[in-house]
Design a protein around this ligand. Structure first.
Ligand SMILES: N[C@@H](CCC[C@H](N)C(=O)O)C(=O)O
Length: 287
């Protein structure tokens, strides 16, 4: 089967985008297709696969599959790239429009460069979910409690974590120096920890000052990636919850692949602004 694709990235977090307005793939084959396209040796190479689809409740719809074939509820870098793709392919004509993800409907606004291509996208990511049971995370205390700077015992050390869901779960550990982020050792351990019944995206964050954070991530289902949009939003929220940053102020999050600007407004919504880039277009042959 020949599948037309576009490879795109948001700060190096790359996905293979399939235009579901024109190409239909059987539901039962989506997971294996994500594993196949993501493989850098036998496939194209990416952190997963994203579908751009028609929606009944928004202007367009996004579905995101991780590298291991698992489907996720949300993807910040994916939302910006889907916005670029939908606008440039003409499925939306206004510069502001809505995108449905499994986590809900968000508003996206594209900014154009001199040639009329989308280069930056701002997304109103909605309100973060902070109640322990909705992260979901198992632990002491009441299910509706927030998990802020809570002791998190790993095999070898006691960390302190803050849990935030942006439609998908994140645990943020603030550390002194981002260069020492124990991604390879603790990423797999924490993402598979039984306290997270649905797994978790694991983030290490160094506070540079109240408006700047250094950030590294181990993504559930994909491992170390260059950037995670929902993770950067969760880090901004966690920084406010821990009194390192303030609401309504812009926080620049420095990720391995570049910068995202995040702010958590007084009205509860989290805003994310950053780039969306097209890398290549082609056909993937899948048996
Ligand atoms: N890279 C993404 C998040 C992708 C999904 C995540 N790995 C999960 O399983 O929740 C982003 O930019 O937000």
């Amino acid at each position: 089967m020949k599948i037309p694709f576009t490879k795109m990235h948001g700060l190096g977090n790359s996905y293979i985008y399939i235009n579901g307005f024109e190409t239909t793939i059987e539901e039962s084959r989506l997971s294996e297709l994500s594993i196949a396209v993501s493989n850098p040796n036998f496939g194209i190479g990416s952190d997963g696969m994203i579908l751009l689809l028609p929606s009944e409740i928004a202007d367009v719809r996004m579905r995101i599959f991780n590298k291991d074939g698992s489907e996720a509820m949300n993807c910040g870098n994916g939302l910006r790239c889907v916005a670029k793709l939908a606008y440039e392919l003409g499925y939306v004509t206004s510069r502001s429009f809505t995108i449905e993800a499994k986590a809900g409907v968000v508003d996206a606004t594209v900014q154009l460069d001199e040639e009329g291509s989308v280069d930056q996208v701002t997304v109103d990511m909605g309100e973060p979910i902070l109640e322990r049971q909705k992260i979901p995370m198992v632990g002491q205390g009441f299910p509706e409690d927030r998990v802020i700077n809570e002791v998190f015992q790993t095999k070898n050390e006691a960390l302190r974590g803050t849990a935030v869901s942006m439609g998908n779960p994140h645990i943020i550990f603030f550390i002194e120096n981002i260069k020492n982020a124990p991604l390879e050792s603790l990423g797999p351990e924490v993402t598979n920890d039984s306290r997270f019944p649905e797994g978790v995206n694991v983030e290490f964050v160094e506070v540079v000052n109240s408006n700047e954070l250094n950030f590294r991530v181990w993504e559930r289902g994909s491992g170390v990636t260059q950037a995670c949009g929902t993770g950067a939003c969760a880090a901004g929220v966690a920084s406010v919850l821990n009194d390192f940053s303030r609401k309504d102020e812009e926080i620049t999050v420095h990720l391995d692949g570049g910068d995202l600007v995040i702010s958590w407004s007084e009205n509860g919504h989290v805003w994310m602004t950053g780039p969306a880039v097209t890398v290549a277009k082609g056909d993937f042959w899948h048996v």
